[in-house]
Design a protein around this ligand. Sequence first.
Ligand code: SF4
Length: 321
Amino acid sequence: MTIDWTLRARDVVAGSLLSGSEALALLAAPPADHPDILAAAAWLRRRGFKMSVKLNYLVNVRSGLCPEDCTYCSQRLGSDADVLKYSWLSPDEASAQAQAGVAGGARRVCLVASGRGPSTRDVERVAQMAEGIKAADESIEVCACIGFVDEAATARRTRASTLTTTTSTPRAASTEICSTHTYDDRVETVTAARNAGLSPCSGLIIGMGETDEDIVDTLSDLVALGVESIPVNFLMPFEGTPMAGRWDLTPERCLRVLAPETEIRIAGGREMHLRSQQPVALTIANSLFLGDYLTSNARPRPALASLRPPHRPHPARGHRR
Ligand code: SF4
């Protein structure tokens, strides 16, 4: 399929979104098409979001100790990865950490807890954290990423404005990637967020051996579900997880998965996989995380050399969801 990406971008603005076969053609296009694809995507991004970049800041309110077994995650059941393990931060501790991100320019704070889902007490903790952050600056958006939430009333009680579900993995491969929850569990959380009037957010992770069809199917599902923000994670193959040693991504592949139809947030692994192309990625994506990720640092540190692959300049330790 030969596509003029410049003309196609104009049709997208007129309401004709890419079909599945066109999205597949974009992912598989030859290297000679790469500049045209980037230019078309950047043009779309500027039409929809101008040159703004939304800054997000993660507060890891509960770390490690997760009973789930997502193969990409250093906090998973049985992981011997060297990550921090602690139970819930107090609301004051979470607010104090959030202020560091806000002082750095973040307009959204993401409260992230490991685990399958919150208890009633956990929902109260998150609500207190959200209220504390809002009390300091009511313009800050608070996002809760606290595992599976299956009822709108529970989602509402978090006092968050956005509810994020764990990273979306392709439906076809989801049982190989995780045996303790299903693709439909994630869909249920997105639905609960939407029914509660919260903004649904659900991320994508690439680099785990997925096919182009898997990526297109997953993104199509997220769009059909009304997901308003899509963090795109690039696999960091952390030692101690089953994904250790998996280095499938190139900067070009990472860039092609980013698209400006919704809020696309460049998430974990950007330093490692986009490398010198990070500024280029922000001509396409419109949102990113400030500071460190859940179990990894945003910048290389000497003690983290164990993850450094032979020719990769930006190591990190783990993965965000
Ligand atoms: S991605 Fe979330 S649910 Fe899965 S193992 Fe990690 S912390 Fe647990």
